[in-house]
Design a protein around this ligand. Structure first.
Ligand SMILES: Cc1ncc(COP(=O)(O)O)c(C=O)c1O
Length: 398
């Protein structure tokens, strides 16, 4: 597949051109939807040749994909400097689970950031444990001190930066460098930034994972995950995904690739609108901390400034006197923000967040109540008016 080191195009150009190989698109702009389980061969000799080569981007059988999936995977590889290949999975959780399984075995130990997305924790605590793999959690702000946690059994570290609920920005280069020195594989959940705002492999990450469900798809209508890696892990990642039967439908791959073409403009708008709203919230009397990586309130803000090329549309804020009931009144009063899981689509969302319920390595001591917002592509003035109205209801409920 494509080697991204050959690429010198600017990100907006890459988002438009990557993966659109002539042999896949022929006379049209987008690679068509190739729906197939069976791939047909000209002869028994051809069939035998396909089996032995196991080459990327070659017809073999539906589970290995077709030009629709290959094109999307190729595009994601091109967009990640230093990448050798990308595997696609039917969800972000599948990407995390399968990428981890590619690098650990029974008896090993994995380290997970305490800010990990909840289902990543439950995968480690329930599933990996049953496989005889121990999970230990670490302070997301540990930085180079991570080395003090390594044992002979530690084989993988999961990072999530920023944490998608509490937004601590991790010192990814320091953690990955310590891991590399100790022969430990680093995996990053890079869903918040994508390779556009955080080119993970060039910061030392071994396997960069995104829930493509969010910003890649961008329209809240497809579930998908992707893991991108460099030469050292590519064969292992690919074989593990194949052995676990991971495949995404060509229809979903088509929609994800369509989303990808506008990633640059969407991300920039999410960034701008979310910053406008974060700064507006910061001025409100009802609000304490605004946990947006581009604001000084956010733990790791200085690292964000050092390492990231931008910020996406997801952040949290503290209702300083809030409790469960008044926070529910606030969220229920919003008209333009939907109430629901996920994020990264064109529409705004609000969610109550309670980090104290799942943290184990660090204590969550923030007073009041936390709300997570995904700022969509609506006009930020309308979103601010909506939030202002919700604050009126919230104040009456206190
Ligand atoms: C940070 C993060 N990683 C991974 C996932 C999982 O993605 P999916 O819902 O596609 O399984 C999510 C979903 O909300 C997420 O927020």
């Amino acid at each position: 597949m494509t080697d991204s080191s050959q690429n010198s195009k600017k990100p907006a150009t890459q988002a438009v051109t990557s993966g659109r190989r002539k042999e896949w698109t022929e006379a049209v702009v987008n690679p068509p939807v190739w729906r197939a389980s069976t791939h047909l061969y000209d002869s028994v000799a051809d069939l035998r040749a396909g089996l032995s080569s196991n080459a990327d981007g070659q017809f073999f059988y539906g589970r290995r994909g077709s030009p629709t999936q290959w094109s999307l995977a190729d595009a994601l590889t091109e967009m990640e400097p230093g990448a050798a290949g990308t595997m696609l999975y039917p969800s972000g959780v599948a990407a995390i689970a399968c990428a981890m399984l590619a690098v650990v075995k029974p008896g090993d130990e994995v380290l997970l950031t305490d800010s990990s997305y909840d289902p990543s924790r439950s995968y480690a605590d329930a599933f990996l444990k049953r496989m005889g793999i121990t999970a230990r959690y670490y302070d997301p702000l540990i930085g180079a001190e991570i080395g003090s946690l390594f044992t002979d059994k530690t084989k993988a570290i999961l990072l999530e930066s920023p944490g998608s609920l509490t937004f601590e920005v991790q010192d990814v280069p320091a953690i990955c460098s310590a891991a590399k020195e100790a022969g430990i594989t680093s995996l990053l959940d890079n869903t918040w930034a994508t390779s556009r705002f955080f080119p993970a492999l060039s910061k030392g990450v071994d396997i960069s994972i995104v829930a493509a469900t969010k910003y890649i798809v961008g329209h809240s209508d497809v579930m998908m995950g992707a893991a991108t890696t460099h030469d050292k892990y590519w064969t292992r990642l690919r074989r593990t995904a194949q052995r676990l039967g991971q495949v995404v439908s060509p229809d979903d791959a088509y929609l994800a690739a369509r989303g990808l073409r506008t990633l640059e403009v969407r991300l920039k708008q999410h960034e701008q609108s979310a910053l406008t709203i974060a700064h507006w919230l910061k001025e409100r009397d009802e609000v304490g901390l605004v946990l947006h990586p581009a604001l000084p309130d956010c733990p790791g803000h200085e690292i964000w400034k050092r390492d990231f090329d931008g910020a996406s549309g997801l952040f949290s804020f503290q209702l300083i006197d809030g409790d469960e009931k008044s926070r529910a009144v606030f969220i229920d009063s919003l008209a333009l923000f939907g109430i629901g899981y996920s994020w990264g689509g064109f529409e705004s969302l609000a969610l109550p967040v309670d980090p104290g319920k799942y943290r184990t390595a660090t204590e969550w001591t923030m007073k009041g109540a936390l709300v997570r917002l995904h700022v969509g592509l609506e006009d930020p003035d309308d979103l601010i008016a909506d939030l202002a109205k919700a604050f009126e209801h919230y104040n009456n409920a206190l």
